[in-house]
Write a protein that binds this ligand. Structure first.
Ligand code: ADP
Ligand code: MG
Length: 289
């Protein structure tokens, strides 16, 4: 891998779909000063330390950072699986902080399609049944569920694997089933956390080309990864390190330095960023293969 420069990360200009009346459409994701602190006993871990992020509809953004930097924490918040300790998160213009459990579950189910590193498929169910699950939760009638699951699996090239169980599929095929499951509810947003982390190169390319296709069709995709080669597939990349986001188009010195540090694999300057272990945190766990 050649040495990276800021230019490598220059954001692709997003299309500006402005409304008929000329007003800007609401961004699909809008985070302002989002913080997340985990309290376990006497130890507090500041996993997110003031995240500002705006993602317009139809964007394809990669969030890239090393293990322990706060990626999964951010994904959980974006996906309404967890709530910020402070700060505001607006999803399609609605403040998630004021929603109750039921509303959050509804948003998760209708607006967001999740893809995880571990696929999270149910071993006893066929591909088709796995893809149907979100529709079961949404109380879609059975015949329509079948039809939509079949369509989603055809879209990811698995129309001939409907009755296969996860163990009868390769890793790449299993991940394509989980992309189909993410798509089947026709969500506004696809959220993927290390979706290629368990895949070989060919399957990685396969899954990334599916995301590219979804983006071309106007979906919003947020792809979380620690791999630069994977992040490069997105329209733009933001970096996360120690719970801070660095937007590549920002000229500020801190961002540039952090980027250089991130790329060199060295530890950040302790004078500017307090390392997590000074808060008494454990070394972050590696994502398991
Ligand atoms: P990544 O996905 O980038 O590897 P995470 O978001 O999983 O990072 O973790 C960020 C930091 O928060 C790490 O220091 C991790 O140990 C800590 N952390 C994550 N989840 C919890 C939790 N449930 N309780 C306490 N600390 C946590
Ligand atoms: Mg993670």
């Amino acid at each position: 891998m050649s040495a990276a420069t800021l230019d490598d990360l220059a954001p692709v200009e997003a299309d500006e779909p402005g409304d008929v009346d000329g007003s800007e459409p609401e961004p699909i994701l809008d985070l302002s000063q989002v913080r997340k602190t985990y309290s376990t006993g006497t130890i507090e871990v500041e996993a997110l330390r003031g995240i500002d992020l705006v993602v317009p509809e139809g964007d394809y953004v990669a969030i890239m950072g090393p293990s322990g930097s706060g990626k999964s924490t951010l994904m959980h918040i974006l996906g309404c699986l967890d709530i910020p300790t402070s700060g505001t998160y607006r999803l399609a213009g609605v403040d998630v902080g004021v929603m109750d459990e039921e509303e959050l579950a509804d948003v998760r189910n209708r607006r967001i399609g999740f893809v995880f590193q571990q696929f999270n498929l149910l071993a006893t169910l066929t591909a088709q049944r796995n893809v149907e699950l979100p529709l079961v939760y949404a109380r879609v009638p059975r015949a329509e569920r079948r039809r939509r699951a079949t369509e989603a699996l055809e879209r990811v090239g698995l129309g001939d694997r409907l009755d296969h169980r996860p163990t009868e599929l390769s890793g790449g095929q299993q991940q394509r089933v989980s992309v189909a499951r993410a798509l089947v509810t026709d969500p506004d947003l696809i959220l993927a956390d290390e979706p290629t982390g368990n895949l070989d190169t060919a399957s990685t390319l396969d899954v990334l080309s599916l995301f590219a296709e979804l983006h071309e069709q106007g979906r919003t995709v947020v792809l979380i990864t620690h791999e630069r080669e994977v992040a490069k597939q997105a329209a733009r990349t933001v970096l996360i390190r120690d719970g801070h986001l660095y937007h590549s188009h920002e000229e500020e010195v801190a961002g540039t330095e952090a980027l250089a540090t991130l790329e060199s694999g060295a530890e950040p300057d302790p004078a500017s960023r307090v390392p997590l272990w000074e808060h008494g945190a454990d070394e972050p766990e590696e994502d398991r293969p």
